[in-house]
Structures are given as structure tokens and as C-alpha cells.
Design a protein around this ligand. Structure first.
Ligand code: NG1
Ligand code: ZN
Length: 535
């Protein structure tokens, strides 16, 4: 096998002078320098599967919201979680091995280190988004998988959450934790049926326009719609726009969740009327934000914080109405980027606990796993809700004591099914939002009216070395460089309802500065001041 592994590495030589890192979102960079990485990821995925006695591991080829010429790759653990941190480090080392011999040697070293029996089957599920470079990179990945003797299933074009779904379903098939039928159709059937059941006769108002970022989410949503009740059947009218995957160079260009969140405006092509509900997915459909224009043509964003608060309030109602309030508690997990008004609303109005974690879905997910029901969303729209095994058991076994309790319990059970437990999923999240709005008989204005966001500003500062910025307190305070936090505190004191922090980005070579305050002018001024301190 050493020979075949060295051969695969030889076929896809590592370019000189590039250092690769498995970051928050896997390996991600310009697509034309990723061939060697993909071949090596094939080797790592095979080892990871063997280390877990042949459980299915997922490999997704995507660069999410990044430009069309980028690409990337991330690994998925058997239950649909993100790759274990230790293996992120091993993947980084493997990606940076210089020669084919080094690659083969490291492969054997890992096998020895983890006592991996190389005759154990290795099983890997692969899929990709719609980028032009995807098919070439898939070829490189497959070369790595074949060299390692892995069995693999190629699901072709998938959203990232579809891949997580299939991985979890394959590994739980035939057990009491069976998640779903491990096929694309199985995904649509599961979420389609859950949507219908969770609506339970409540009719969604108006329609929803979904911007697919010209990525894989558009066509997959079009497919999912076939499994949803039609408007005539009491379902939701959905219009899919920006779903041109025939022109991969249009991916994420002037559309998509990142465009809308960053620019605080609708895609220029948007043609919707006042108060029409819209949402935007990102390039691999694991992230969604909602928005609308009011009757004065003013744009309003309903971001991840809004989704979290909406869903937490709905689940709280269902738990109380089902008679489960004494048995189950709900918590919300946010990052420092959550708007202060959202945090306040959760604590003061919903009376729920808020945890704050560092940026990156894996931190939020881990914190949410410690709760009975953990609602976690990043402000930019990544997120989901997870239910602990005990909580699921309680919900499944609960005997309602009145027709009203039964009604609420039915909706709660269907809502659990509707939420992708493996990972944040834009398609599942958008259906969840629609279910909540339908039950509350709310439109976007009522949703927006729950609280008023504090004006805020997010900027990026290019520094010579971002690694000198070290944080504590879930990234809300700098401990290094010395004295910088003191200067930031001094500026924050000067503005009303001020809050600001600076941290090194995990995905870009920059330091991000966030500021919020009572007015837009004060927030922008504070961001400017803090940026100049950091520079
Ligand atoms: P970094 O670059 O570490 O700030 C960004 C987002 C995260 C997350 C990751 C990608 C912001 C402020 N940061 O991280 O929320 O989405 O990319 O997974 O939006
Ligand atoms: Zn994404």
C-alpha cells in the first residue's frame, strides 16, 4: 500500500512555498493550488474511518460563501459533526508533507500511532458544491481514497448539510438512533414530511423568495419543494431566485447570505415588494439570513440572532404548552458578534440562559450539546437547534394530559424532526422559521418588532501579524498585545451602550473589529477608534 500512496502523492505534487492549514472551515484557498491537498485528504479520511472501525466519514468539497475561483474541503465525523480537533492538526501536517515518500511515511506513522489495522474497511462519502473546479478536485480526492483502498460513495452535487445528513444516516441505519434514509430522496422526504406535520394546518402567510447565491442550494431547494405541500394544500409559496448554477462564475456574486449580511442590503437583482419575506443562502446552503424592505423602501435584516430568538421563543411556548416546562430547559448559545439587544431579549424577555463561545460553529455546537435544548446561531446565519438524548426521550415518552397539550406536543415532535441535528442547514432552518411565523401568525414586521438591534459596525484591519492578537472571555477581551485592551475599554466608556472587541479572524489574514452603541454614528466612530488602536 505504501507504494500506491506515494504514487497518489506523486500524481498530485504539493506546490512549493504554500503552507496549508485546516482552519475553522477546513482547507480553503484558491482552487488551483488544492489538488495535492485533496489527494491527501483522501488518505486522512480513510485513516479516520479505519480508526473508527469502518464508520462512514464525509468529505465535502466547497468554499461556501467565498468567490467562485476558491475552493476547499472539510471532513465530517460519523454523527455529522465537524472533524475532531486532533485530526485537524494531523490533516494540516499531512497537507504540508513535501515529498511522496514523506506522505507515505506519515500515513504509516499515523496508522501506528492510532493502532489502526489497515485491513479494516475504510468508508467515505463524498460530495461537492457547484464550483467549476469541483470535478477536478473530486478526481484528486478519489485518487487518494483509491490509493488507501477505501470504499467510497459519491453523491455528486450536494449542499454541505445534505452530506452531513447522509453521513449521520449511514452510521445510524438500523439502530434505535436511525436518523433517516441515507439518500438524497430520504433527505427530502424527512424534512418535507416534518414541515407539513409541524405546520399542523397553520397556513403560512404570503410567500417566501429564496436567493440561492447561484449555488447548489437553489436547485436542491427546487427539488425539496416537490416534497412540500403546495400553497393550495396549505403550504408555502416559495420563489427561488439566483439559482443559476450553469454559470458557476456567478456564484456568490452580488447575491447570497454573505453579500446581504455584509452589505446590509438585498441583492441588486431583487424585485420583491414592500414587506415581502426574503432570505438568502450561502454557496453551500449551511447558512441563511432573512430580510425585507418596508413600505418606505428601508431594508431590514433578520439575521442569525433573530432566527435564534424566534425559534427559542417558539420552542419555549411548545414546551410549556405540552406540560414539559419542569422537565426541559432551553438555552441559547451565541458568539460575541450577537447583537447586544438580542442577548438582552433572550435574558430579559424570554428569560432564558445565554452562553457565549468563541467564533466558529464547532464551539457553539459543543456548548449547545451541554443543554437540554441548545439553540445556537452565529449572527451571520450559521446555526441549528440540538436536543440532548434525554430530552428526546422525555419528549417521545410524554403523555399529554389535555387536547391542548397533545396539540402542542405533536407540533413539538414534528419540529424536532424538521431541525437538522447534524449541522446548521439553511433549507431546514428556513422551513423552521416559516413554521414559527405561521404558528404565531406573524409577518416580517412582527418578527422585527420583538426587539430593536443596537446600531453596529464590523470592520476588518489588515495587520502585519494577526497571530499576536490573543483573546480571552470568548474572544471579548484581548490579553495580547499588552495594553491594547485598556485602550479599547477607554474608548468604549465614552459612548452610550458601547461594546467593542477585536480578534484575529480564523479564516482571513486580518483582525476583525466589532463595535455597537446607542446610535449609528457612535458605533461607527467607536469601530474606527478601535481599528486605529489595533493597527
Ligand atoms: P472568522 O474569519 O474567524 O471571523 C468567519 C465568521 C464566522 C464563521 C467562519 C466560517 C464572522 C464575524 N466570522 O470567521 O462566524 O462563519 O467565518 O465558518 O462572521
Ligand atoms: Zn457555508
Amino acid at each position: 500500500m505504501a507504494a500506491s500512496i506515494a504514487e497518489a502523492a506523486r500524481k498530485h505534487p504539493a506546490p512549493e512555498g504554500i503552507v496549508y492549514t485546516y482552519g475553522t472551515a477546513g482547507f480553503r484557498t484558491k482552487a488551483d493550488v488544492l489538488d495535492s491537498v485533496l489527494a491527501r485528504v483522501g488518505l486522512i479520511a480513510s485513516l479516520r474511518s479505519r480508526a473508527l472501525k469502518g464508520k462512514w466519514i464525509g468529505v465535502m468539497i466547497t468554499a461556501s460563501h467565498n468567490p467562485p475561483e476558491d475552493n476547499g474541503v472539510k471532513l465530517v465525523e460519523p454523527m455529522g459533526n465537524m472533524l475532531q480537533e486532533e485530526w485537524e492538526v494531523l490533516s494540516t501536517t499531512m497537507a504540508n508533507k513535501a515529498t511522496p515518500e514523506d506522505v507515505a511515511e506519515y500515513y504509516n506513522e499515523l496508522a501506528a500511532k492510532f493502532k489502526i489495522d489497515l485491513s479494516t474497511p475504510a468508508r467515505v462519502v463524498v460530495a461537492r458544491d457547484t464550483r467549476a473546479s469541483g470535478s477536478r478536485l473530486l478526481g484528486c480526492l478519489v485518487d487518494g481514497l483509491k490509493a488507501a483502498g477505501a470504499e467510497y460513495k459519491d453523491f455528486g452535487f450536494f449542499t454541505t448539510p445534505q452530506l452531513h445528513y447522509v453521513v449521520r444516516s449511514l452510521n445510524t441505519e438500523g439502530t434505535k438512533d436511525a436518523y433517516g434514509v441515507p439518500t438524497e430522496k430520504g433527505y427530502y422526504e424527512k424534512f418535507g414530511a416534518a414541515f407539513k406535520n409541524a405546520l399542523k394546518g397553520k397556513k403560512p402567510q404570503g410567500s417566501l423568495t429564496v436567493d440561492g447565491a447561484n449555488g447548489v442550494g437553489g436547485p436542491k431547494l427546487t427539488e425539496l419543494i416537490k416534497y412540500l405541500p403546495t400553497k393550495e394544500e396549505g403550504g408555502l409559496e416559495i420563489h427561488v431566485v439566483n439559482d443559476n448554477v450553469i454559470k458557476p462564475e456567478s456564484l456568490n456574486v452580488d447575491c447570497g447570505a454573505d453579500y446581504v449580511k455584509t452589505n446590509q442590503r438585498a441583492p441588486p437583482t431583487s424585485k420583491v415588494g414592500p414587506n415581502d419575506r426574503c432570505c438568502s443562502l450561502d454557496g453551500d446552503a449551511d447558512r441563511v439570513v432573512f430580510y425585507f424592505k418596508d413600505s418606505s423602501n428601508v431594508f431590514h435584516l433578520l439575521d442569525g440572532d433573530r432566527i435564534a430568538t424566534l425559534v427559542a421563543s417558539f420552542l419555549g411556548d411548545l414546551i410549556r404548552q405540552s406540560g414539559l416546562a419542569d422537565a426541559i430547559t432551553i438555552g441559547v448559545v451565541q458568539t460575541a458578534y450577537a447583537n447586544g439587544a438580542a442577548t438582552n431579549y433572550v435574558e430579559q424577555t424570554l428569560k432564558l440562559k445565554v452562553d457565549c463561545t468563541p467564533t466558529g460553529v464547532k464551539y457553539l455546537h459543543h456548548a449547545a450539546e451541554k443543554l437540554d435544548i441548545g439553540v445556537y446561531f452565529e449572527a451571520n446565519g450559521h446555526g441549528t437547534v440540538i436536543f440532548s438524548p434525554d430530552t428526546l426521550d422525555t419528549i417521545n415518552k410524554h403523555e399529554p394530559r389535555s387536547p391542548a397539550q397533545k396539540e402542542a406536543l405533536d407540533v413539538l415532535r414534528a419540529t424536532v424532526e424538521l431541525i437538522n441535528q447534524a449541522v446548521g442547514d439553511a433549507l431546514s432552518d428556513l422551513l423552521l422559521v416559516e413554521v414559527v411565523l405561521a404558528h404565531k401568525s406573524w409577518g416580517v414586521e412582527e418578527w422585527l418588532g420583538t426587539y430593536t438591534d443596537l446600531p453596529n459596525k464590523l470592520t476588518k484591519v489588515i495587520v502585519s501579524d494577526r497571530n499576536i492578537f490573543k483573546t480571552t472571555d470568548a474572544e471579548r477581551k484581548l490579553v495580547k498585545p499588552d495594553g491594547v485592551q485598556k485602550q479599547i475599554d477607554a474608548e468604549v466608556q465614552k459612548v452610550r451602550q458601547g461594546r467593542s472587541f477585536a480578534r484575529a479572524s480564523g479564516t482571513e489574514d486580518a483582525v476583525r473589529v466589532y463595535a455597537e452603541a446607542a446610535t449609528k454614528a457612535e458605533a461607527e466612530d467607536l469601530a474606527r477608534k478601535v481599528a486605529s488602536i489595533v493597527e
